[in-house]
Design a protein around this ligand. Structure first.
Ligand code: 13P
Length: 288
């Protein structure tokens, strides 16, 4: 059964670890992530961007697939199905489609409008027992058409949004979607510490752009209130590298190596290995 992310993140915040949000793209991605979470006895959040939702034939298809897979695979760890960087309209669609958690990314609106829309969606989510993530400041780079300049969040604005009854807060602290450039300045821990000071010790903070952040920075971010870390690109890169290796070794030409179940297997195993590595780093193993 799908659950809201509120409870798992409260526990993570109190226990000083983070729950991974891994973005899904198709059936193989979903299966690999769910099986790894179950094997490691870890809670997990499946992230769905609006673009990926469209690719998978709409949010209702995604919700039905994930719910059925949890049932058929016998997954018993807590799983949240979460809209990633949702628009106002996308959030409403996912609320109706059976998602258990929503991110409304109003960071590109003036703060008053972000407050107004976040407040309305928090009420809509909570009536149905869904969790809500909001964003202040912006995550740099591009993810599925959502482009951010990467400015650090204003801690006072974080407080305004955190007070609206949301369950988790994403705040820009110099993090970027996709690969980090060689000249990346790193995470701004001063900003993160100031945000934690403003919003208090109970609000789970969300670190987007989890791909390629060094382990020491991840640990420090968790110590300053990060309880959810999003990873997308790293699973894509792992899938791509393993698939390339299979094809370049000519394995698709041997016997029935062209069978999609064989062709997609190395990539699926590579996703599992990446998710395992992240869950171990984030400290969510055996926290289900
Ligand atoms: P990466 O693609 O950099 O891992 O970021 C994922 C993310 O933040 C999803 O919202």
């Amino acid at each position: 059964m799908l659950v809201s992310a509120a409870e798992m993140l409260k526990k993570a915040r109190a226990g000083k670890y983070a729950v991974g949000q891994f973005n899904i793209n198709n059936l193989e991605w979903t299966k690999s992530i769910l099986l790894t979470a179950q094997e490691l006895n870890s809670p997990v959040i499946l992230g769905v961007s609006e673009g990926a939702g469209k690719y998978m034939c709409g949010f209702k298809t995604v919700a039905a697939m994930v719910s059925a897979m949890i049932d058929e695979l016998g997954i018993t760890v807590p799983v949240a199905l979460h809209l990633d960087h949702g628009s106002y309209e996308g959030a409403k669609k996912c609320i109706n489609a059976g998602f258990s958690s929503i991110m409304f990314d109003g960071s590109h609106y003036p703060i008053e409008e972000n407050v107004e829309k976040t407040k309305e969606l928090a009420a809509a989510c909570h009536v149905l027992g869904l969790s809500l993530e909001a964003e202040v400041g912006s995550i740099g780079g591009e993810e599925d058409g959502v482009v951010g300049a990467g400015e650090c969040a204003d801690p006072k604005e974080c407080k305004m949004i955190a007070d609206l009854g949301i369950d988790m807060l994403a705040a820009g602290i110099g993090n970027i979607h996709g690969k980090y450039p060689a000249n990346w300045a790193g995470l701004s821990f001063d900003t993160l510490a100031a945000i934690e000071q403003e919003v208090g010790e109970e609000m789970p903070l969300v670190l987007h752009g989890g791909t390629g952040i060094p382990a020491d920075m991840i640990k420090k971010a968790i110590s300053l209130g990060v309880a959810k870390i999003n990873v997308n690109t790293e699973c894509q890169l792992a899938f791509q590298a393993a698939t390339r290796e299979y094809v370049e070794a000519g394995k698709d030409l041997e016997g029935k190596g062209f069978d999609p179940r064989k062709l997609l297997a190395p990539g699926s195993e590579a996703i599992k290995a990446t998710v395992k590595e992240k869950m171990e780093l984030f400290g969510s193993v055996n926290k289900a």
